[in-house]
Design a protein around this ligand. Structure first.
Ligand code: PSU
Ligand code: MN
Length: 303
């Protein structure tokens, strides 16, 4: 069976010439940010990757095919579409089978990137262990994907809407390499520090690329989480963000939000309650992650 992969002209050319490529996810576009900032941000992130010597490959499912790299029209279409499916490992193939449109989460983007021979991927935040997981069992499939699929994911850590100590424990249990970039602490998305020490620290893109290469050479499946702290001037102080997080979590519980709906609900509430401030910071940290991912991709391409 030939895989239903469609490469954009830009990505096809990059593959042919052996250029550095950075994968980008699409759930952040459809379920993580409101229109039109979602499409504007997606374009800005792609341009940031290009400006730093790599080719962006935004990944999504359109018409029952995995698109590796979107044209400008496809990006517009996805950013404005209603009721786009949020796809993870569990539902990726089913969406392809039924010819649907879907946005890829971190987990599904890793799977598609790996199929396309792309080893590095930039996003904002990853899914993790939700607070109260000891009763809800809500643990993102992103964590298990990191254990299974050889892609290095650059994120600004995980949001404090999650239980960060438990998230780090699950990553450790599953043997995921977790690297803080340029500092000792594990960052917490809007804050440069979570107050938790990251398992590993690296200061150079070259070392991060070499570690992924060696992991695979050793026969160890899985990837790496590179936790890149938000730029200082975009940070939101923890005393400002903590009460907003508490309120969002309270509303989710009150309204009985569960399963796939939890993360998009919380993100939406955060945007509303911070009057867009959380979005401005979110955009700044994604751009920052795109720059680091481009540097890692260049090291990987150089071998
Ligand atoms: N965290 C964010 N922004 C996001 C997401 C998570 O700060 O946009 C998205 C990503 O696509 C991630 C997904 O892979 O949510 C995780 O969803 P869940 O918690 O349902 O696994
Ligand atoms: Mn979940």
């Amino acid at each position: 069976m030939t895989l239903p992969l469609t490469f954009s002209p830009e990505v096809a050319q990059a593959r042919a010439s052996g250029a550095a490529i950075v994968a980008l996810e699409s759930t952040i576009i459809t379920h993580g940010m409101p229109f039109p900032q979602n499409v504007e941000t997606a374009r800005a992130v792609e341009n940031e990757v290009r400006a730093h010597g790599a080719v962006p490959a935004t990944i999504a499912i359109i018409g029952g095919r995995i698109h590796i790299g979107l044209t400008s029209e496809e990006l517009d279409q996805l950013g404005q579409a209603q009721d786009v499916a949020k796809l993870s490992r569990a539902d990726l193939a089913a969406c392809l089978a039924t010819g649907g449109m879907g946005a890829t989460t971190v987990a599904a983007t890793m799977i598609c990137a790996h199929l396309a021979g792309i080893h590095v991927f930039a996003t904002g935040g990853i899914g993790g262990v939700h607070r109260g997981a000891e009763t809800t069992f809500d643990i993102s499939a992103d964590l298990l994907e990191l254990a299974a699929t050889p892609v290095t994911v650059v994120a600004a850590g995980a949001k404090a809407i999650l239980d960060l100590p438990k998230t780090l424990e699950v990553l450790e249990t599953h043997g995921v390499t977790v690297i803080a970039y340029g500092q000792d602490d594990f960052p917490a998305f809007w804050s440069r520090s979570s107050g938790l020490k990251a398992p590993l620290r690296m200061d150079h893109a070259r070392d991060i690329a070499a570690a992924q290469r060696l992991r695979t050479a050793l026969g160890l499946p899985g990837g790496q989480l590179v936790a890149n702290p938000i730029p200082v001037d975009a940070e939101i102080a923890s005393h400002e963000i903590t009460p907003v997080i508490e309120r969002a979590l309270h509303q989710a519980e009150e309204q009985g939000i569960s399963a796939k709906a939890v993360t998009p609900f919380l993100l939406d509430r955060m945007y509303e309650m911070t009057e867009g401030r959380s979005l401005t910071s979110n955009i700044a940290l994604v751009l920052n992650n795109a720059r680091l991912a481009a540097a890692i991709a260049r090291e990987m391409a150089a071998g």
